[in-house]
Design a binder for this molecule. Structure first.
Ligand code: IPE
Ligand code: IPE
Ligand code: MG
Length: 242
């Protein structure tokens, strides 16, 4: 098992993105409701945030609700909306005191209830000045939706004569993503033994190292984050070169 002391400080990822998956199965294994699994995921998240702060990670992004998760039963969707709102209210002062900047990526409108949107805005405002760790929640987020939204803006700019279509390049697109200042993740971690991206950060993950673990999200702790970073440090990142 790896401990933070085993990590190579000269090869730390700057940005770790996590797909927090397996809450439903965790609950099912215990004869509980799926929503109990989501509730149990809160401790995993904040233990992981503690670990990220301890090891000096600068950017942590977590997938909290996808644009596809609206397909779930209404009860579960409603639970997740209330749960995320409550979690923000309960944790934001503590996060703020510890120097965490909390941000959100995803579509703000659509079916997201107005009160949840207000909590999101308040929390972003409250923590905007912090720089120790940026904790980004991907919420009502889809990687394709993010690219569609960027393309819409660029197409409008082209129609208005502000952008020359011949000059559109990767930077033009990257500048229109939800958070243009967010560095691409160095490392993606997905829990629960699923080997897929599920529409997460499609543009940003182009050259990320992918680490998959069988641990179900509610059981994930700092040591699992450290383990994933240790695996990342054993990889050879080539970015197409030799
Ligand atoms: C991840 O756990 C949380 C969300 C998608 C909101 P799941 O709810 O997907 O758990 P499984 O994959 O069904 O076990
Ligand atoms: C991805 O997990 C979304 C979140 C963790 C919020 P899902 O459980 O929704 O993904 P699939 O359906 O297994 O691909
Ligand atoms: Mg799942």
């Amino acid at each position: 098992m790896s401990t933070p002391a085993d990590l190579d400080l000269s090869r730390m990822p700057k940005h770790v993105a996590i797909v927090m998956d397996g809450n439903g199965r965790w609950a099912q294994q215990r004869g509980l409701k799926r929503t109990d699994g989501h509730a149990a995921g809160e401790e995993a998240l904040f233990d992981t945030v503690d670990g990220a702060l301890d090891i000096g990670l600068q950017w942590l992004t977590v997938y909290a609700f996808s644009t596809e998760n609206w397909r779930r039963p209404l009860d579960e969707v409603r639970f997740l909306m209330n749960f995320n709102e409550r979690l923000l209210l309960a944790r934001r002062d503590d996060l703020n005191e510890r120097g965490v900047r909390v941000r959100f990526i995803g579509r703000r409108g659509g079916r997201v209830p107005g009160r949840v949107r207000r909590r999101i805005e308040e929390t972003e405002e409250l923590t905007a000045g912090n720089r120790r760790l940026t904790l980004t929640f991907a919420f009502n987020y889809g990687g394709r939706a993010e690219i569609v939204d960027a393309v819409r803006t660029i197409a409008q700019d082209a129609a208005d004569g502000r952008v020359d279509p011949a000059k559109i390049d990767e930077r033009t697109i990257a500048r229109q993503l939800y958070r243009p200042d967010m560095p691409d993740p160095d490392l993606l971690v997905r829990t629960s033994g699923e080997y897929r991206i599920s529409n997460y950060l499609l543009w940003e993950l182009a050259y990320s190292e992918l680490v998959f673990t069988d641990v179900l999200w509610p059981d994930f702790r700092t040591k699992d984050l450290v383990e994933a970073i240790a695996e990342y440090q054993r990889r050879d990142r080539r970015f197409g070169a030799i």
